[in-house]
Write a protein of this length. Structure first.
Length: 266
């Protein structure tokens, strides 16, 4: 049944760390609840993490992240600001964008319209709201988070929707047509680029988003080799074929200056 009225906003869990003003948690709770109160689907869960780093070299030391579950569909927003108030205000705006995308997605599915329309989920150029990377020395960097899960089998359009809804820099998935491990990422103000373990062309008429496909296969290497390439290249992540499993992996820079590793389960 189509919902035409906003839902009652749920309680918002707020977690804080670092030196923040006393009002910060309450301000974040009120601002996020105001956005969620406009959602046209039930919000089942909402959590905000608000943190301030003690590093004086960071230009925007306060980060704010929201994770919500809207009627079974997750959404995420991650921003940084010079003050707690500025970060929360940015978070409110960004979360409103994410909820708008979800609403458009549901309306399109109910109306049996094509999902998505070209550039439907883009919001300006490469996001400038993201936190700054902590300049940790290379010799101190470690893989502090390793996520392994079954990759979703999706089309590039579905992967683009996932990337935007979750506010990711990249999205690792299995291409629904070819079965290839693939990564989708932004390639400019309104474009996406697709890299695969073994590249397969996607006819332009079959993809709604503006998409280019890398012609180069993902390089085959070990995790330590991927780490060295990441350090040398200065890129935010490296997509590679694991030398042991033959599966597509992503090693990426975390905002704390360490590494994260994503591998397919099984």
């Amino acid at each position: 049944m189509k919902r035409s009225t906003p839902q009652e906003a749920p309680e918002v869990q707020v977690e804080t760390s670092g030196r923040l003003p006393p009002h910060a948690a309450g301000y974040a709770r009120d601002k996020v609840r105001a956005v969620l109160g406009q959602a046209r689907e039930p919000v089942l869960f909402a959590r905000v993490r608000l943190a301030r780093t003690a590093n004086p070299a960071v230009e925007r030391p306060v980060t704010a992240q929201a994770n919500v579950d809207v009627n079974g569909r997750p959404a995420r927003a991650h921003v940084a600001g010079q003050t707690a108030t500025a970060a929360v205000d940015l978070l409110q705006d960004r979360l409103a964008d994410q909820l708008a995308r979800l609403a458009q997605h549901w309306e399109a599915r109910r109306g049996r319209m094509p999902v998505p329309g070209q550039h439907e989920w883009r919001h300006g150029s490469e996001p400038t709201h993201r936190p700054d990377y902590y300049p940790r020395p290379v010799e101190e960097r470690q893989i502090v988070r390793h996520k392994s899960f079954s990759l979703a089998r999706e089309t590039p359009d579905e992967a683009a929707f996932e990337l935007e809804s979750m506010d990711y820099d990249f999205h690792l998935f299995t291409d629904a047509d070819s079965g290839e491990d693939s990564v989708l990422y932004r390639a400019g103000p309104a474009d996406y680029r697709l890299a695969q373990v073994h590249p397969r062309a996607h006819p332009a008429g079959d993809v709604a988003v503006a998409l280019t496909v890398s012609e180069l296969p993902a390089p085959r290497m070990t995790v330590p080799e991927a780490q060295r390439r990441l350090d040398i290249s200065g890129l935010p992540f490296v997509f590679f074929t694991d030398d042991n499993t033959g599966r597509g992996n992503v090693l990426y820079h975390r905002y704390d200056g360490h590494y994260g590793l994503i591998t397919p389960a099984g």
